[in-house]
Every structure is written in structure tokens, then in C-alpha cells.
Design a protein around this ligand. Structure first.
Ligand SMILES: Cc1ncc(COP(=O)(O)O)c(C=O)c1O
Length: 409
């Protein structure tokens, strides 16, 4: 490996296990996209399997008590995001949380929902559908990639109009892997009578006390991303005075209860992802500590971005590692050669090509017509993974860019 700067050593857990061995990830594949779908800790997956076996052995012993166990689980995990159990409900994923909130809102014709051009596409689509239901309008606020927090606040200050009813804004953005000052945006919006939905899908684990820091009238975040919990586990948190307007996506036996209890019953559903989530939070704390995890992620992400950025530098215009002004601990944007990642579909195609052709899990994003490799690291990531990207993906990306250039000429 021809590097001239120190590279982080592989992480070892308190129990002596190499972090890489604490996840069941396929060793034949290079994993550099934790951000999209997370990765479930082996210990947590095994616990979830045991819970499923328990439910299969004695369905009558299991299902009538599930709501009670879900309530206990939200009690055990709410503190991790800086919330209380009374304000917190489990939902299957971030998209579901947004749907629950959108379903509860009534707008008037001519009202406006404000989103940003860093927003997650599927959530923005939900906001657009909400607007369409009431003859309202969706407006997209454009925020430069490297805007500072004060600049972002100023953009919101001028974007809010007397018609604005709702702002949907990300605490950590997906295509651009940066933080937004959502608490300050909430405070500003409230002075203008506007409500704020904070998309904190990436925030649990990456931001300590994510809800407390993130603000919002409603906040949601995924546990199956950075905390390493089973898929299908997310939290919705709100103290809004009208929170009894929020309903779970499945009408069930909790219907006569107020928020949050009504979300604990969801018919005969497999709730083991919720029940196993507190163990994921506990396991990382026990084995490595969450504060240290964020520090190590940042060291790894910086080293990886530098190594990969150096390898890409000759192929890209401008800085290889993008300046996003407020980076998160675990993700970095490395610029792709001109012509690649022109739009989301193009970026997604490249992701599947890297996986199918080279056995490397990646994420590519597109922002304002420029493509980026969105590097994700977690405690299991090693510098060998970065080198594998350099050795396998960089030449392939170069060839693809060159053939596009020739095709376009
Ligand atoms: C910012 C953001 N919001 C929402 C989502 C949707 O999450 P899910 O697919 O778990 O519903 C994601 C997923 O990556 C995301 O990054």
C-alpha cells in the first residue's frame, strides 16, 4: 500500500473480538456502503433469531404480550436519541415515520411545503403527494453544498413565505452526507408559525442525543442504519400538542389509546426488530463506546476519503474530496470524473455495476449534475477496504468515464 500518511488500525472490541468479526458481512465482498441499509451486528441478529424462535414455539405466549414488550423496548431505547419513552414510538422505517406525519396533516389550497434539494427523494415524493392532496404546492429550497449554518439559516429566512405551513428538512442529508442546523431552522420556523418535520434517518448513533439536538415538531430516525439494529426499526418522536392526530400505518387494538401507546400494537406483525434494537445500542456501548465510535468513524472516513481522493484526483475537476462544510463522522463525498453520476439513476446504476462486476458495495450520489462516491465507514471498516476500492473500482470508474467522454465526442 503506497501511502504517506498514517492509516487507522483495524478496530478491536473490548471482548477481544476484531470488529470485522462482530458483523456477519460476506468476507468475499468489500463493504463501503453502511449508510444505505446499515449492517446488523451478529449478536443482535442472533438475539432477533432467538426471539423469532420464541414466538414460533408459543404464539399464544408471545403475541398477546408483544405490545407490552414493544413499550418496554421504546423505554429502553428512547434515551439513546435524547428522548423520553412517552414521546417515542417505533415504526418500521424512516419512510413510515414520514408517512404517519404526512397522513395527519390538513392543508389548504395555496399552502406551501418547503423542502431542500438535499432531501431524500422518497420522503420528498411523500411531501409532494401531501401537497397534491390539498391543492398545496411543494417548493424546493436550493442550498449550496458547502453552505455554512448561518448561510443555511439565512436561506430559510428568505424562503419562508406567509403561505409556508411545513418544512421538511434533513438533520443529516443523504446525497450530500452533511448536517443541517435543524434545531435553529425549527426555532426560526416557529417564529413564523411554520411547523418542521426533521428527517433524522441517519442521526441515531452519528449524533449524540439526536432528537434533543435535531429539534423539529416531529423527528424520526432509523435504528437499522448506524446503531446496527435489525432492519425495519425506526423511531418517531414528537411532543406536538396535536400528536393524537398521529396514527400507526396499521389500524389495530391500540386505536383507543392516545399517542404513544396506540403504536405498540400492530396486529400479528413481527416486532422482533423493535425488541432487538436496544441490544444493538448496548452492544456498541459495551464493546467500544458510542463517543469513541464516532471519533474512530471520523478518523477512518478521513483516511479513506484521502486515500481514494488521491487515487481519483487526476480524473476529476476541482477538489477530489468535496467540502460539505459540516461533515458527519462516518461519510465523505469523493468526486467522480465528469460525466458520471449525472443524475440519481445514473449513480444507482454505477453502484450495481461496482457490486456485480467487482464485488464492492458502494453508494454513488448525484447533486446538481455532479456525481460523488459517498464513502461510508463503520467500526468494521479497514484500510484494506479503501485500498480495494482504489485497486478495483478506480480503474473501472476511469474506463467508464473515458468511454462516456468518447461516446459524447
Ligand atoms: C435522509 C433519509 N431519509 C429517509 C430515508 C429512508 O429510510 P428507509 O428506507 O429506512 O425508510 C433514508 C434512507 O437512506 C435517508 O437517507
Amino acid at each position: 500500500m503506497s501511502n504517506v500518511f498514517p492509516l487507522p488500525q483495524p478496530v478491536r472490541f473490548a471482548s477481544g473480538v476484531a470488529a470485522r468479526d462482530a458483523w456477519p458481512l460476506d468476507p468475499a465482498v468489500v463493504h463501503l456502503n453502511h449508510g444505505s441499509f446499515g449492517a446488523v451486528l451478529t449478536e443482535v441478529g442472533e438475539y432477533q433469531d432467538a426471539l423469532r424462535r420464541e414466538s414460533d414455539r408459543n404464539p399464544v405466549g408471545w403475541y398477546p404480550r408483544v405490545a407490552e414488550r414493544v413499550r418496554e423496548a421504546r423505554g429502553a431505547i428512547a434515551g439513546f436519541v435524547g428522548a423520553t419513552a412517552d414521546d417515542t414510538v417505533f415504526v418500521p422505517n424512516a419512510s413510515a415515520a414520514a408517512t404517519v406525519v404526512f397522513n395527519s396533516l390538513r392543508l389548504e389550497a395555496g399552502d406551501e411545503i418547503l423542502v431542500t434539494d438535499h432531501g431524500y427523494g422518497a420522503i420528498t415524493m411523500g411531501a409532494r403527494r401531501l401537497a397534491a392532496r390539498f391543492g398545496a404546492r411543494l417548493r424546493t429550497l436550493e442550498i449550496p453544498l458547502a453552505a455554512t449554518d448561518p448561510e443555511i439559516l439565512e436561506l430559510f429566512r428568505t424562503a419562508i413565505t406567509p403561505h409556508t405551513r411545513l418544512i421538511v428538512v434533513d438533520q443529516i442529508t443523504s446525497p450530500t452526507a452533511r448536517t443541517f442546523p435543524t434545531r435553529e431552522i425549527t426555532d426560526l420556523a416557529h417564529t413564523r408559525g411554520v411547523r418542521v418535520l426533521v428527517d433524522g434517518a441517519h442521526a441515531p448513533g452519528l449524533v449524540a442525543d439526536a432528537v434533543a439536538v435535531g429539534g423539529g415538531d416531529w423527528w424520526f430516525g432509523n435504528l437499522h442504519k448506524w446503531p446496527g439494529a435489525p432492519r425495519g426499526s425506526a423511531l418517531l418522536v414528537t411532543r406536538a400538542a396535536d400528536r393524537d392526530e398521529l396514527w400507526p400505518l396499521i389500524d389495530s387494538w391500540g386505536a383507543n389509546e392516545p399517542y404513544p401507546g396506540r403504536f405498540d400494537s400492530q396486529g400479528t406483525m413481527d416486532a422482533t426488530s423493535y425488541l432487538a434494537s436496544p441490544l444493538a445500542v448496548e452492544a456498541i456501548e459495551r464493546e467500544y463506546g458510542w463517543v469513541r465510535t464516532r471519533q474512530t468513524m471520523a478518523e477512518l472516513a478521513d483516511a479513506g476519503a484521502r486515500l481514494i481522493g488521491d487515487a481519483m484526483a487526476s480524473m476529476v475537476s476541482g477538489e477530489a474530496v468535496a467540502d460539505v462544510a459540516a461533515p458527519v463522522p462516518s461519510m465523505r463525498l469523493v468526486r467522480l470524473p465528469d460525466g458520471l453520476g449525472l443524475h440519481r439513476e445514473d449513480a444507482d446504476d454505477l453502484r450495481m455495476q461496482m457490486y456485480d462486476e467487482l464485488g464492492v458495495e458502494t453508494a454513488f450520489t448525484s447533486f446538481r449534475g455532479i456525481g460523488y462516491f459517498r464513502l461510508s465507514v463503520h467500526l468494521y471498516t479497514t484500510t484494506d477496504d479503501f485500498q480495494a476500492f482504489v485497486d478495483k473500482c478506480v480503474p473501472s470508474i476511469l474506463r467508464k468515464a473515458e468511454s462516456r467522454r468518447i461516446g459524447a465526442a
